[in-house]
Design a protein around this ligand. Sequence first.
Ligand code: XMP
Length: 326
Amino acid sequence: TWTTEAFVEEAIRNIRARVGDKKVLLALSGGVDSSTLAFLLHRAIGDRLTCMFIDQGFMRKLEPERLVTLFKDQFHIKVEYVMARERFINAIAGVTDPEVKRKRIGAEFIRVFESESKRLGPFDYLAQGTLYPDVIESADTNVDPQTGERVAVKIKSHHNVGGLPKDLQFKLVEPLRKLFKDEVRKVGRSIGLPEEIVQRQPFPGPGLAIRIIGEVTAERLNILRDADLIVRQEVNKQGLYHKLWQAFAVLLADVNSVGVMGDQRTYAHPIVLRCVSSEDGMTADWSKVPYEFLEIVSNRIVNEVKGVNRVVYDITSKPPGTIEWE
Ligand code: XMP
C-alpha cells in the first residue's frame, strides 16, 4: 500500500543515487509542485540544490517577498532571487493580444532562465515538478535516443510556450512523476511544507499579466494587486479559501464606466471578481458565494482602490468560459 512516508524515503534514496555529488537546478514558482520538489530535494542533497526564483513582476502583492523569506530564512534552502520585473514589462509593452502576451512572457522566461542558469551554474540536472498527468501528456519532454533518459525541453510553469534552447537541455530529476496532485499535497505536508503552500490555489505562470485585459503597465499592475489583495483578505475572512478552486480579480483596463463618489462624477475601470469551484481545472462552475461576501468585496475595492469604480461578478462556468480571462 502507498504511504507518503514510504514514498518520501524511496524518493530520497533514488535522488541521492541518481544525482550523486552533482548539482541540481530547480525553477521555483511558489506553487505546490515546485515547492514540494524543493523540500524533497533539499532533504536529499542539501546545498547541492539551487532554486531559481524569477520575479517577473506579475505575482500577487507581497508574494515574492513571502516566498523568499519562507524558503531562505525559515527553511534554509538555497534560493537565487532574480529580479526581472523591468525585462518582463518591457517584453510585453503595448501588447494586448492574449496569445502574444503569453508567448512573449514565456520566451522572456526562457531567456532569463538561460542566462541565469549559466551565470549560477553549471548544473548537471534540472528538477521538474512533473506529475503523472503531465507524463501522460508528455509534451514537456524528449527522450534521449542514446540513453533512454527523459530530457527537459520545456519549463513546466510555461508549458504552453516555446521550449528550452538546444544547448540548455538538462538531464531531468522528476521524483513526483508518479503522483497525482492530491498525493503531492500529502507528500509536501509530510515533509514539512507549510500549509499555506500545500493548500495554495492554482496560479498561472504568466500571473497577473493575463488578468489585465489590455496592455500591462506598472500602474495597472498596482491597481490589480490592490484589488486582488482585498479579494484574498475577504475570502480568508469568510473561510472560503479552501472551498474555492480559485478566487481572484481581473482588471478590465481598456474599459471605463461612469460612477459617482461623494458629489464627484468618476470615470474609471471595472474589476471582475472571479470565483470558481472545480475538481481539476478542466471544468468549473462559477461559485454561489454569499451575497454578503460580494457586498463587502465590492464596497472595499471601490472605496480603497484608486482607479476602480465598479465591481462585477463573473457568472460564467467552464465550458463555455475559461477560468482565466486570457
Ligand atoms: P483556464 O483559464 O484554461 O485555466 O480555464 C485552467 C487552469 O489552469 C490555470 N492556468 C495556468 N497554469 N500556467 C499554469 O501553470 C499557465 O500558463 C496557465 N494558464 C491557466 C488556471 O489558473 C486554471 O486553474
